[in-house]
Design a protein. Structure first.
Length: 365
């Protein structure tokens, strides 16, 4: 379905060089829609933070055009752009009260004191900190300081809020709670959020769309579910979630499927639209597989016999690692549906690992 919302950020052929040798962002083009929660995801050094800093105005593109709300940002200073940024460290002033922290940007713009008071109260209410204005930052938890930083950014009523690794300093449980809070906050205020993160769980659970970056380029841009279920490259397949990856040799391709030969598995016919030739990657996610003491009877399944190497207990699920008789090492994720103290297998057990052929991904790139 076509998204008819207005483009609020237009990134058109943007390249950023540092010196003559380093290309941090390489010919990136993205249209980010009004009211969208958009994530830039990738490993350290992929260019995602540099791209965010160019939107904010802290870095200038070497090539290309950057538009915010239809206005070319060339030569526009950060304080004149209709965007605001929440930094990874929060950058909350320790010597100022919560209210003074939130009001700081408005005071710098010369907004009237009466209006400032009302807008600060409104912003603190949005981030669930009503009545916290008189407190000092050292009286707040990490999550509360995060909310103060968000309120300080939102109080200026920007058209776009930029978030640089906003949850990285929080512990795991608080980080998960703040993911939901940020998503709800974005939905309530209705403005565009652009978030940089290296955490795939954050991107998948919070964003409407995700751009996965590698070496300065966008490898795939899609909705979270599309990224996870239909990655278009080995890099994205391996970076998003867990994956069992294999090398395959194409025997034929056409009619909506590809025939491949896989060492240690044999010949497979897999659904595939488009071209494929030579050596390609195929993959299956661990949670799409299962293990059993008995050979599966379903002829549509890929079934391999092997020996259990290790079983790792993770509370809500077990990770079973096996080596097949054909020499492949595979991982299986088994959810814990029942309350039990019995592991699904132990090292040395003989088991069959299987999955439906249609759950096998074809990665031509």
């Amino acid at each position: 379905m076509t998204d008819t919302r207005k483009t609020i950020i237009g990134i058109n052929g943007i390249t950023k060089r540092f010196g003559s040798d380093v290309i941090a962002v390489d010919n990136v083009s993205i249209d980010i829609k009004e009211g969208e929660f958009f994530a830039l995801l990738g490993p350290s050094g992929c260019g995602k933070t540099t791209l965010l800093r160019m939107i904010a105005g802290f870095e200038m593109p070497s090539e290309g055009q950057l538009l915010v709300d239809g206005q070319d940002m060339e030569g526009v200073s950060p304080n004149k752009r209709p965007v605001n940024m929440v930094f990874q460290s929060y950058a909350v002033f320790p010597h100022m009260s919560v209210a003074d922290n939130v009001a700081y940007g408005l005071k710098m713009e010369g907004v009237a004191s009466k209006e400032i008071a009302g807008r600060v109260e409104e912003a603190l209410g949005l981030v669930q900190l009503p009545g916290y204005g008189a407190r000092m930052p050292d009286q707040l938890s990490g999550g509360q300081r995060q909310r103060v930083a968000l309120a300080r950014a939102l109080v200026k009523r920007p058209k776009v809020l930029l978030l640089d690794e906003p949850l990285s300093a929080l512990d795991a449980k608080l980080r998960e709670a703040m993911q939901l809070e940020l998503r709800n906050l974005q939905a309530s205020v209705g403005i565009t959020f652009v978030m940089v993160t290296h955490d795939q769980d954050e991107a998948l659970s919070m964003a409407d769309r995700v751009a996965v970056m590698q070496s300065g380029c966008v490898r795939q841009l899609a909705a979270p579910r599309d990224l996870y279920e239909y990655p278009t490259s080995r890099f994205v397949a391996d970076f998003i979630g867990k994956m069992n990856l294999f090398q395959a040799q194409v025997k034929s391709c056409g009619g909506g499927e590809v025939s491949v030969s896989v060492e240690g598995i044999g010949d497979l016919r897999l659904p595939h639209e488009g071209e494929a030739s030579g050596e390609i990657g195929i993959a299956v996610r661990p949670e799409k597989t299962t293990v059993s003491p008995d050979k599966p009877t379903d002829t549509e399944c890929v079934a391999l016999e092997g020996t259990v190497l290790q079983v790792a207990y993770h509370g809500d699920e077990n990770h079973v690692h096996l080596k097949t008789d054909g020499g492949l090492t595979l991982s299986v994720t088994l959810p814990n549906h029942e309350r039990t103290l019995v592991a699904p297998a132990k090292p040395g057990d003989r088991r069959w690992i299987s999955w439906r052929q249609k759950d096998t991904l074809v990665l031509a790139d």
